[in-house]
Design a protein around this ligand. Structure first.
Ligand code: CA
Length: 408
């Protein structure tokens, strides 16, 4: 090569490694909390405080990424310690674009201390922030980085109908009204809680069916409060009512219970929000107890691990409807993933993955961002659908004044 050609080549392509090398400079957990205007409940407990755990990863290149860890209340405080005091020292100085290297370095070092649960929830928030950084560095939304958008918007289902401390009859009347209101607001389907006991729970489901009428999908979330026998009692009623899915009917460890329910009931059996990593999901899918998989990206190990779990679910021909809980960061993360989810199995009119959306009062979902997603407004205006953010990374930015105001 002549000297002149060499010089021209060098000018045309400066060392890319030099140009893009970034370092992780700091990781901060923002745990946010406020007292809710109204106490709400599900089958395990009532709660009065709304909590969110937002993770901020700063780089030496001026790019900041945002993520979120699943986990309410005091769990968020414990996860903050894992993020800042356990994971941060492992990854400081690493290149944030090496998200898979980082994932495995953290997982391998924490393996002896928890292959599920809070270490994975903590890692999830960091991993999501690294993907946000990667998108911002490339100037592309995350869905472009993981293969592109199969759809530009997604249908949204609204969940509500939380438990309250009132008698079963008035709760049933409230559920019927609330279900009708969610339908009237434009959501494509709705989901209710149960947990009063099998007999009263059937009455609640009947009330919701009355509220939405015959031609509308409703789903039932037990948050794993039943034995398999009680789940069958409720499940037979859901078969008669034409419920679309029966979520977490039994404990997540009860793989035999899941398989028996799936074999014996018509209603779709859904679950998986309490499962972690590709290894946990392998066992869950192989046990054959799921009609619908509900991976939680802010819990199971972040976007890097979600993509592996999604591939496993599709390898088992199990459709995926992501579990979504938390702030607008979690909602934006899931919009990116739902855009890039391939149709299963494909066709002219495939059943599309839906976005799960909490219809109860939640400032961390509505007011956290500099530019709110306004999912409720979109659903109302756009036939029950929400658009995929197309800005770089997650496509959203939290408002720092808001973070400071609600910090614990
Ligand atoms: Ca659930």
């Amino acid at each position: 090569m002549t000297r002149r050609l060499k010089a021209a080549t060098a000018e045309a392509s400066p060392e890319p490694a030099e140009r893009t090398r970034m370092k992780i400079a700091r990781i901060t957990s923002h745990v946010l909390q406020y007292d809710m205007p109204e106490e709400l409940g599900y089958s395990q407990q009532f709660y009065r405080k709304r909590t969110a755990h937002i993770v901020e990863v700063e780089t030496d290149a001026g790019i900041t990424g945002w993520g979120e860890c699943f986990g309410p209340g005091t769990v968020a405080l414990a996860n903050r310690a894992i993020v800042e005091q356990v994971i941060q020292p492992i990854v400081l100085g690493m290149d944030p674009l090496d998200c898979d290297v980082i994932w495995h370095r953290v997982y391998n070092l924490l393996r002896d201390h928890g292959q599920k649960g809070m270490p994975l929830q903590a890692l999830s928030g960091v991993d999501i922030a690294l993907w946000d950084i990667a998108g911002k560095a490339a100037g592309l939304p995350i869905h472009k980085l993981i293969g592109g958008a199969h759809r530009e918007s997604v249908p949204v289902y609204g969940y509500g109908m939380m438990l309250r401390r009132e008698d079963a009859a008035s709760l049933a009347a409230r559920f019927a009204d609330e279900a009708a209101a969610i339908k009237a607001n434009g959501f494509v389907a709705t989901k209710m809680k149960v947990g009063l006991g099998p007999r009263q729970d059937v009455a609640l489901a009947e009330a919701v069916r009355r509220g939405v009428g015959d031609d509308f999908d409703f789903m039932v979330d037990a948050n794993h409060c039943y034995t398999a026998a009680d789940a069958f009692h409720v499940g037979y009623a859901l078969d008669e009512l034409g419920a679309h899915w029966f979520e977490e009917p039994v404990a997540p460890e009860d793989l035999d219970g899941y398989a028996a329910l799936r074999a014996g009931l018509k209603v779709n059996i859904a679950g998986g929000e309490a499962e972690f990593s590709r290894w946990g999901w392998r066992s869950l899918l192989e046990s054959g107890g799921l009609d619908i998989a509900q991976p939680e990206v802010c819990s199971l190990g972040g976007i890097s691990e979600y993509l592996r779990v999604l591939a496993l679910c599709h390898a088992h021909f199990t459709p995926v409807v992501n579990h979504v809980w938390g702030s607008a960061i979690a909602v934006a993360t899931n919009l990116q993933l739902l855009a890039a989810m391939p149709p299963l199995p494909g066709g002219l009119n495939p059943r599309e993955p839906m976005l799960e959306f909490d219809t109860t009062e939640n400032r961390f979902r509505d007011d956290l961002l500099t530019k709110p997603l306004d999912i409720q407004g979109q659903v109302e205006r756009n036939g029950g659908r929400a658009a995929i953010p197309d800005g770089p990374g997650l496509g959203v930015e939290p408002d720092r004044d808001f973070l400071r105001h609600y910090a614990v």
